[in-house]
Design a protein around this ligand. Structure first.
Ligand code: F6R
Length: 608
């Protein structure tokens, strides 16, 4: 979704802003632009196209100003074109603004400003803020920003420059992520740490309602109540290498291949064999609540929601606590009942998903306890929950979530184990689980080595426009996740189903042109899934199966198969997801799709 970069320092701003925008491209966008303070004027360049085109435009203009703001836009209000691309200006081109989020009362504000004579040039909600500031300006943009933003309803992360105050850049945040980077004789604004990590790892997280004024040397922040706030500078441990492709053709492929390491990092220091349990320090404050929890609600969106579905199986099996899984977007709007002994977990890679954040707020509003499972350290969900666990998967740049998913499932397995051991799970069983968890990174490594086999299967599937994914038990959510990966990056229509549900409807789709990907590794319901495969075979469907190594029965029924190592069933979702991620990736590459930036998608969905 939209990205923001701002810079003030003693170097030319353009290369820094362009570099920052390029590092935000992964978030998804449809137009880009920047504004530079140049010899007492504000110079603007915008394009409907890619950051590369913006770069070519600014190279022609040869701006040399040392302060500026830049933006990649993912259209919400107004179609993606040059006119609607940010930055937006006030009537006199004194003020330029870039904005992430949505101004909900922009229609009323626009009318109010037009009645006062302001002339609008775009169809965006954002432009009202530029005119509002122009209207309210009292000689100090720092003060005026607070005055103007008090009139705004909705969400914003924004950066502003003014030719009347050319030695400063400004930032403000409410409900949309925004950080400030502290450099040497330079300061930065960004919607995502990736944009500025090359220049600094000293970060200030703005809170909702805060407004900031940055010069080359100083950063001042005021709260919503207009009080100066001393902000803590936090060191980010992510390195530049972690957000680069490292020789892989795409971030997605790199991130799939990182899973041996990312899963190791998720586990690091958290398992205790002696006691047959997991230790999750982030949850310690809430241990007493977790011990007596009568129900657990897991809520999330998209791929994270699929991890929650697996979490339901895990927690119910290992801890015996009833679990409900909810789409965060539904949960927040349907008056959910949250009892005193319930615990709500919100799961989010980015920690910025608006719907998931909404579910968090709804839980808190109802007096419930909300625990987070996040990847991005310092993200909004990570800061606003009561307590939480980081998955430590490292930065995920590819829009399609891969390594974050397997780490989410791993954290949920550890939570299930910990809860189980606090209740009735016997020590010996706990130790078996710990032992199995420790083996995961190596098992994942084994699967990844057979990447070429998946490539061959992908070559056969790439010409098809539909696919079904089937699984049972723990592997039903894996089927959903496999289907989502395929549709989002290769635009092939795919559906995931519990295998037994097929005969209740989807079986009508089976013919000689329908590939059916069946996750059929050996577990308690292996025989049942074999019958489901036989039903597809009888109707000449194309069967691609994920099977346990050495399984000859399903191999014989399959047109293509991929073997994975034998694992206990509660580990199988992590192992079985890997070939499906690779399959989606290679099908997308074969179809010539833009893997890391699929059409219409954004990495963190910060609007409802
Ligand atoms: C799919 C994908 C999305 C996200 C969803 C939630 O590959 O990435 O479905 O899982 O938008 O995002 P987070 O986990 O950041 O809340």
């Amino acid at each position: 979704m939209c990205g923001i970069v701002g810079y003030i320092g003693n170097k030319s701003a353009v290369p820094i802003l362009i570099d920052g925008l390029k590092r935000l491209e992964y978030r998804g966008y449809d137009s880009a632009g920047l504004a530079i303070l140049e010899n007492g004027s504000i110079m603007i360049e915008k394009t409907k196209g890619k950051v590369q085109e913006l770069q070519e435009l600014v190279e022609e203009s040869s701006f040399s100003g040392t302060a500026g703001i830049a933006h990649t836009r993912w259209a919400t209000h107004g179609e993606p074109n040059r006119k609607n691309a940010h930055p937006h200006l006030d009537c006199n081109s004194d003020i330029a603004i870039v904005h992430n989020g949505i101004i909900e009362n922009y229609v009323a504000l626009k009318k109010y400003l037009e009645d006062k004579g302001h002339v609008f040039k775009s169809d965006t909600d954002t432009e009202v803020i530029a005119h509002l500031i122009e209207d309210d300006y009292n000689g100090s943009l720092f003060e005026t920003l607070a005055i103007s933003l008090a009139k705004v309803e909705g969400t914003y992360g924004l950066a502003v420059i003014s030719k009347k105050e050319p030695d400063k850049i400004f930032a403000a945040r409410k409900g949309s992520p925004l950080i400030i980077g502290k450099g040497k004789k330079a300061n930065y604004i960004a919607s995502d740490v990736a944009a500025i990590l090359r220049y600094t790892n000293e970060i200030i997280y703005l809170e909702d309602g805060e407004v900031a004024e940055l010069t080359c040397e100083d950063i001042s922040v005021k709260s919503e109540d207009n009080i100066h706030v001393r902000k803590k500078i936090q060191q980010i441990s992510w390195s530049l290498a972690m957000i680069e492709k490292d020789g892989f053709e795409h971030f997605m492929l790199k991130e799939i291949h990182e899973q041996k390491t990312s899963l190791l990092n998720t586990l690091r220091g958290r398992l205790n064999y002696e006691e047959g349990t997991a230790r999750l320090d982030g949850l310690i404050k809430y241990i007493e609540y977790l011990k007596k929890a009568q129900r657990i609600i897991l809520t999330a969106c998209g791929t994270s929601w699929h991890s929650a579905l697996i979490g339901e199986y895990l927690i119910e099996e290992l801890a015996g606590i009833p679990v409900e899984v909810e789409y965060a977007s539904e949960f927040r709007y349907r008056s959910p009942i949250i009892n005193q002994d319930d615990i709500v977990f919100v799961i989010s890679q980015s920690g910025e998903t608006a719907d998931t954040l909404g579910a968090l707020h709804e839980t808190k509003r109802k007096g419930g306890i909300v625990l987070g499972i996040c990847n991005v350290v310092g993200s909004t969900i990570a800061r606003e929950n009561n307590a939480g666990v980081y998955i430590h998967a490292g930065p995920e740049i590819g829009v399609a979530s891969t390594k974050a998913f397997t780490s989410q499932v791993l954290v949920l397995t550890m939570i299930a184990l910990m809860l189980g051991r606090m209740r009735n799970l016997p020590l010996e069983r706990g130790r078996e689980v710990v032992k199995a968890l420790r083996e995961i990174p190596d098992l994942v490594g084994e699967v990844l080595k057979k990447d070429e086999e998946i490539k061959k299967i992908a070559d056969l599937l790439a010409g098809h426009n539909n696919a079904l994914y089937l699984g049972r038990g723990y592997n039903f959510p894996v089927a959903l996740e496999g289907a989502l990966k395929l549709k989002e990056i290769s635009y092939v229509h795919a559906e995931g189903y519990p295998a037994a549900e097929m005969k209740h409807g989807p079986i009508a789709l089976i013919d000689t042109k329908m590939p059916v990907i069946v996750i059929a590794t050996k577990d308690a319901i292996y025989e049942k899934i074999m019958s489901n495969i036989a039903e597809i075979k009888a109707r000449q469907g194309i069967i691609v199966s994920i099977i346990t190594r050495g399984d000859t029965k399903i191999k014989e029924l399959s047109d293509n198969y991929f073997e994975v190592p034998s694992t206990p069933n509660f580990i199988s979702p992590i192992i079985n997801t890997i070939p499906l991620q690779l399959l989606a990736y290679y099908v997308a590459v074969k179809r010539g799709c833009h893997v890391d930036q699929p059409r219409n998608l954004a990495k963190s969905v910060t609007v409802e």
